[in-house]
Design a protein. Structure first.
Length: 104
């Protein structure tokens, strides 16, 4: 069985937002989430929680990256690489929705 969400490649121009079939709660500097369909809980550290707060509304991955670069002292290439990997994992777990990058 093919799962298009797992095969989708996320880029800096992709639009991402929190999925509708999850609930989340802020706990100090962390976030816990429950995927309603699978019943699986997830926890995010402070940086993951910040990303999660940024994608509560649809947002381009590049906007999320730029916000992180302003708030954290991190190499831009490392920031983008780790952000894309993190978002890919969230997408694989069904926790975010991804829209393909608009064509120029």
């Amino acid at each position: 069985m093919d799962c298009p969400e797992l095969e989708r490649v996320i880029s800096g121009r992709s639009m991402v937002t929190a999925a509708k079939d999850q609930i989340s709660a802020d706990l100090s500097d962390e976030v816990v989430m429950l995927h309603l369909k699978s019943g699986v809980y997830y926890g995010l550290d402070a940086v993951g929680a910040r990303v999660w707060s940024l994608i509560q509304e649809p947002r381009a991955v590049s906007e999320v990256r730029d916000a992180l670069l302003e708030e954290y002292e991190v190499d831009p290439d490392r920031c983008e690489r780790e952000l894309l990997a993190f978002l890919q994992e969230l997408a694989a777990q069904g926790l975010i929705e991804v829209q393909d990058a608009p064509h120029a």
